[in-house]
Design a protein around this ligand. Structure first.
Ligand code: FES
Ligand SMILES: [Fe+2]
Length: 363
């Protein structure tokens, strides 16, 4: 019998996974950028990168260039990194400036986004500098991490992520230093990487070093509105309230960001999955440490590198499988509940803009 795609049911034990075409159709990614990436909170940096007025960082969200900077009034703001004259990109990279000078025709902008000087505009009628400020972008700082959201009407992070950041307060991330950034490319759709991260059924099979360290009997999974937690303490460490470095703590924030801490010195890594095209994803891993990089940290980096490579390798295999046309939809185990949650959120966000299946499976 030919397979007809079915909706992802709310009930995990009855649910099918999202259809394969969502992972293999290039047009889907463009819609996801518009409907998901342009409307969700995206990690933009750490407060230490914009400590002094004039410090700035540039990033891209859904291919849109953004600049984050601290102005002379002490406020950290985000703007589209797009000149209001004829849309050139204003600044590159990261650094320190007292004014932003556009590389095209040299209009200058203050650190608070206001237009400072529009060169060559003498005699232009009805031109008011105040109408040509940089376009602002929503910004929030949570536990010293900077986030932006391109949707001016987005719900604040405290609403979207409930008590997540409240719970992270005790770790005092403001004292952490950015110690390492690793960028890798994975030849798979961005959602495959998220699916993979959201379950640990594969851990005993793929991640031997991981299950040797952690007490898998105590592996905990908690699902909240738009984030979830997975984690387990090191063997011989109490399961309740273990500290950073004394186990694995993995927080996923919808749609494409993880905050994780692995066994070793006190550490936190921010992982971003950034889609390049529908079957290529850039992973940016930024690791923050409380102390200077020493032997323990080097061991942590080596352990992380192995784990991430194991995950990337299997994601590339899955992409090929999805593209065969031999696979349409799968089913979830009961411990793949975070993946199920992710698929429901995607289904919700995409159902009005993509021809997703309307009918649930009749079991
Ligand atoms: S585009 Fe920036 S000054 Fe012309
Ligand atoms: Fe994994």
């Amino acid at each position: 019998m030919a397979h007809t795609d079915v909706r992802v049911s709310q009930k995990l034990s009855e649910a099918h996974t999202l259809p394969a075409w969502l992972y293999t159709n290039p047009e889907v990614l463009e819609i996801e950028k518009r409907e998901i990436f342009c409307k969700t909170w995206q990690y933009a940096g750490h407060i230490s990168q914009v400590q002094r007025p004039g410090d700035y960082v540039t990033i891209e969200v859904a291919d849109r260039p953004i600049v984050i900077t601290r102005a002379n009034d002490g406020e950290v703001r985000a703007f589209y990194n797009v000149c209001t004259h004829r849309a050139s990109k204003l600044v590159e990279g990261e650094g320190h400036k007292s004014l932003f000078t556009c590389p095209y025709h040299a209009w200058t902008f203050r650190l608070d986004g206001t237009l400072h000087k529009a060169s060559n505009m003498k005699g232009v009628e009805n031109f008011h500098e105040k109408d040509f400020c940089l376009k602002p972008v929503r910004l929030e700082i949570q536990e010293s991490f900077i986030f932006v959201n391109l949707d001016p009407n987005a719900r604040p992070m405290s609403e979207v992520f409930g008590g997540l950041f409240e719970g992270l307060k005790k770790f005092r991330f403001e004292n952490f230093k950015k110690s390492r950034v690793v960028e890798t490319i994975c030849h798979s759709n961005w959602k495959i990487g998220i699916d993979n991260y959201l379950e640990c059924d594969h851990c005993p099979i793929i991640h031997k070093a991981f299950v040797q360290k952690l007490e898998m009997e105590d592996y905990e999974i908690s699902i909240f509105d738009r984030y979830c937690y997975q984690g387990a303490p090191l063997k011989n460490v109490a399961a309740d309230n273990f500290d950073l470095g004394q186990g694995g703590r993995y927080y996923w924030l919808y749609p494409n960001m993880w905050m994780s801490s692995d066994p070793g010195p006190a550490n936190l890594s921010i992982h971003q999955s950034i889609p390049i095209d529908h079957k290529t994803t850039k992973y940016v891993y930024t690791t923050f440490l409380l102390d200077e990089v020493g032997k323990e940290a080097e061991e942590l980096f080596a352990y992380d590198d192995i784990l991430r490579k194991e995950d990337r390798d299997i994601c590339e295999v899955v992409q090929k499988g999805l593209e065969t046309g031999a696979y349409t939809q799968g089913r979830f185990s009961l411990t793949e509940n975070c993946v199920h949650h992710f698929h429901l959120l995607l289904q919700d966000d995409l159902q009005n803009v993509l021809p997703l299946p309307q009918k649930a499976a009749s079991l």
